[in-house]
Design a protein around this ligand. Structure first.
Ligand SMILES: *Cc1c(COP(=O)(O)O)cnc(C)c1O
Length: 494
């Protein structure tokens, strides 16, 4: 299977090439030229599969240039008992009849980004060998907090790679920053950028497209790649857990094989929910995918109106991993919803860059609304939901998942509803405390971990329990305009 550009501006490439490149050099994102489908018999065979077996099956359908042995090796290097503290990898928890949470945070950094970033480095290293890349790969990551740590952790000490994470100064939680600064590994670098997440993401995308910079980096024996969800190698592994969640419900007798269910996904860059769309398109019985936004509700508005308008204040919320106005993976979805009309996508992306907005044709909007529903929750609603679900179900939600559960409750349409839980509650401990207790803690994040655990009888995630004991790197703060220099500095000072 080959991969093509969302902007019809480039030759098709193999999966390995798409993964090494991260994004289409001419601009645009790689999408598979066709989408494999699984019939009911094939779905039936998956009911009893372990997570790893399901991952091998699904990855194999998309990675035509990888052997079954390679995929086996890659999958088992990522999803094992050392990295994930649940034998199921992504367990499903029942909140009440018809409402379930898919816990995607059992990996080493307590966020769902581990589901993809534990496997991406292995995919990338194999892809480099296949495509004959002999340069060192420099991974650039723009992060609103969770991707940075998950990518640093995934790539640390991976031979032939070096990773640089850029995060908004003051735009991530104290725990998130400390997690990044305590990453070990001789090939990991972090910079706080004086700007917001969109500034970081834009600067990283511009670095990829900057020919002079790319040439300078090549002269130093390096080439860029991306660990953001614009890389197909990050999106692909996320398809797996939609199948896994469904099969768990079948296995437990909550639904029958073939019953349609819904998913609600706390959404930022649109990677996670897009993976759900791929699962649906492959034949998984999913009716609606519900997109949950925080107060930065640009996606909710787009899904309701067909107008994408990023011209609005960027709000910092207590769900920072969803504080995004430019949602990168939406480009892939637009392409797929417009019957692969690369020209229309190119025009929309140009309008977005120039005017900060675009709108889609009525028939495209109709197709989008056929699959997606949406909702948005503000700060107060987020905290209220954390308190409510703790009182009603004794289950502790993080801020992102709380938004999704609230949106899910409003969107439920009689079918079983699975909510993707994207972070462990201790990552956002102060907001969670406030939600549960109704008042601010007055403590800093680290001091509050144990207190929240006592109050709620919920264990602290292992990734956060020992943070203060780890050696910490210096915090380096740079201006947005200095990102390219920072990259060159890192490469020169090996
Ligand atoms: C990254 C992230 C999201 C958003 O996921 P996308 O794939 O970017 O839409 C939601 N919640 C948490 C906790 C995250 O880390």
């Amino acid at each position: 299977m080959k991969y093509i550009s969302t902007r019809d501006n480039s030759q098709s490439v193999s999966a390995a090439e798409a993964i090494v490149r991260g994004m289409v050099p001419e601009g645009g994102l790689y999408v598979p030229e066709s989408i494999p489908s699984l019939d009911k018999a094939a779905l039936g065979e998956m009911v009893d599969m372990r997570y790893q077996d399901m991952a091998e099956k699904i990855l194999g359908l998309y990675l035509a240039d990888f052997s079954a042995e390679e995929i086996h090796e890659i999958v088992n290097a990522a999803y094992n008992a050392e990295s994930f503290d649940s034998a199921d990898v992504a367990p499903v928890v029942k909140l009440r009849d018809g409402l379930y949470v898919l816990e995607l945070w059992h990996g080493p950094t307590a966020a769902f980004k581990d589901m993809a970033l534990q496997i991406l480095p292995h995919l990338l290293v194999h892809s480099m060998k296949k495509t004959g890349v002999d340069k060192e790969v420099v991974i650039l990551v723009a992060t609103s907090g969770d991707t940075g740590k998950a990518a640093l952790e995934g790539f640390k000490d991976v031979a032939g790679t070096r990773i640089i994470a850029f995060y908004p100064d003051g735009g991530v939680s104290e725990v998130q920053e400390l997690q990044m600064l305590t990453t070990s590994g001789s090939n990991t670098y972090t910079f706080a950028v004086k700007g917001n997440f969109d500034d970081c993401q834009r600067a990283v995308k511009e670095a990829f497209a900057n020919e002079a910079l790319v040439d300078a980096v090549a002269d130093l024996g390096c080439q860029f790649s991306s660990a953001n969800s614009i890389n197909w190698g990050r999106l692909l592994p996320q398809i797996v857990y939609y199948f896994f969640a469904y099969m768990q419900l079948v296995k437990r007798g909550e639904i029958a094989l073939g019953d349609a269910i819904d998913f609600t996904v706390p959404t930022g860059n649109f990677g996670n929910i897009l993976a759900g769309w791929f699962a649906r398109e492959m034949g998984l019985p999913v009716s609606k995918l519900v997109c949950a936004s925080n107060a930065n509700d640009v996606l909710d508005e787009f899904i309701r109106t067909g107008v994408y308008n990023a011209n609005r204040p960027f709000l910092k919320t207590n769900s920072p991993s969803m504080d995004i106005l430019i949602s990168s993976n939406l480009e892939r979805f637009l392409y797929l919803m417009s019957e692969r009309n690369g020209q229309a996508v190119t025009a929309d992306m140009q309008a977005l860059q120039k005017d900060g907005k675009y709108s889609v044709a009525p028939e495209v909007l109709a197709r989008i609304q056929d699959v997606l529903a949406s909702g948005a929750v503000d700060e107060a609603g987020t905290l209220d939901e954390i308190g409510k679900i703790f009182d009603e179900c004794g289950y502790l939600l993080d801020t992102h998942t709380a938004i999704a559960v609230r949106v899910a409750e409003a969107a439920t349409d009689g079918r079983a509803m699975v909510v993707d839980s994207t972070a462990n509650p201790y990552k956002f401990v102060n907001a969670v405390w406030q939600g549960v207790s109704g008042e601010a803690s007055g403590l800093d994040d680290l001091a509050l971990l144990g207190t929240l655990s006592e109050k709620t009888d919920t264990p602290v995630h292992r990734a956060l329990a020992n943070l203060t004991d780890l050696p910490k790197k210096d915090r380096r703060v740079i201006a947005v305009a200095d990102i390219n220099d920072a990259i060159l500095d890192v490469i020169k000072n090996k």
